[in-house]
Design a protein around this ligand. Structure first.
Ligand code: COA
Ligand code: NAP
Length: 264
């Protein structure tokens, strides 16, 4: 796709993407690097992190750390700053998900998703504050429509992502004007682990297409453009916002009724 942003927009900036070793977050990391940023990504699997870094750019770094472990993810971010200097952009995107009803979910299963998504985002943002280039740094959490729309088989993700939305707003209040804190809520994005898990069969995928205003799944690159926008000067007065990059998924159900009926 054609980008709306000039090639050197992020030159001289340091960006860290937690959970940036695959999928949407890796796409964001790649776009940051294309626009000139020094980029670091982290996930649990060290080999996957190395492979991701090699895909991003020749000087990107891929580190291993679990966002559930505050000391571990703090150590990762200290290593990023040692290598690249204070961070201008931090994305918290690590997540875990699976379909399960509450009665098919142990207490540990619920806690695991809340721990990765919500506590992980707290750990990344709490841990990065004194490592940021301030004023001017931009933080982005990757949330989801489950934060707003209750969804069966998604109690853990609904609770975790709703918590992330409020954490974004509280941090925007506490850290403005030095640091802007925003979120991106992607809709169903093609070719991702998330959609492989949440829409594993053709019927579920079709029902997603039918309900969405844009009548298609999104592309990783489209979410990446939203991330670039939020950390660019164009979003200089935007903080505490959640940007829905979701083809209209959250505004309602576009599958209702035959729109040709009643047309002149
Ligand atoms: N249904 C019900 N419970 C499940 C489950 C499922 N499909 N998958 C895992 N669990 C439970 C486990 O049984 C375990 O509970 P228990 O100890 O009571 O048995 C608990 O969840 C933790 O599982 P575990 O495999 O130990 O966790 P982990 O920390 O190794 O992995 C997950 C975390 C489960 C979220 C794993 O799917 C993961 O790593 N996901 C990352 C990728 C991803 O989800 N991407 C999509 C993002 S939208
Ligand atoms: P993905 O490819 O599975 O990416 C998840 C990333 O997080 C990987 O880099 C993974 O690497 C890392 N990770 C997982 N658990 C971690 C942990 N405990 N500590 C550190 N890193 C961890 O997922 P995706 O589908 O692209 O989703 C990315 C984000 O977008 C998530 O926040 C998701 O909720 C959100 N989202 C996705 C969609 C969609 O359509 N896919 C829709 C709405 C929102 P390791 O496995 O090596 O740790």
């Amino acid at each position: 796709m054609t980008s709306a942003f000039r090639d050197n927009l992020l030159a001289g900036k340091t960006a860290f993407v937690a959970g940036g070793t695959s999928g949407i977050n890796l796409g964001i990391a790649k776009r940051f690097a294309e626009l000139g940023a020094r980029v670091a990504v982290a996930g649990r699997d060290p080999d996957k992190a190395q492979r991701a870094a090699a895909e991003i750019s020749h000087d990107a770094i891929g580190l291993s750390g679990d966002v559930r472990d505050y000391a571990a993810i703090r150590g990762v971010m200290e290593a990023v700053v040692d290598k690249f200097g204070p961070m201008d952009i931090v994305v918290s995107g690590a997540a875990g998900n699976f379909l399960a009803p509450v009665l098919g979910m142990s207490a540990n299963a619920f806690r695991t998703v809340v721990d990765i998504d919500l506590n992980g985002t707290f750990n990344v943002f709490r841990g990065c504050h004194d490592l940021l280039n301030r004023p001017g740094a931009s933080l982005i959490a990757i949330t989801a429509g489950q934060a707003i729309n209750a969804s069966a088989l998604q109690a853990h993700a609904c609770a975790a992502k709703a918590g992330i939305n409020q954490l974004i707003r509280v941090l925007a209040l506490e850290w403005g004007p030095e640091v802007r804190v925003n979120g991106i809520s992607p809709g169903p994005i093609a070719g991702t682990e998330g959609m492989a898990r949440l829409a594993p069969d053709a019927a579920t995928r079709q029902s997603h297409f039918d309900r969405i205003a844009m009548k298609r799944w999104g592309e990783i690159e489209e979410v990446a453009e939203s991330a670039v926008f939020l950390c660019s000067p164009a979003a200089g007065y935007i903080t505490g916002s959640i940007l829905d990059c979701d083809g209209g998924s959250q505004i309602g159900d576009a599958s209702r009724g035959d729109l040709s009926k009643g047309m002149a």
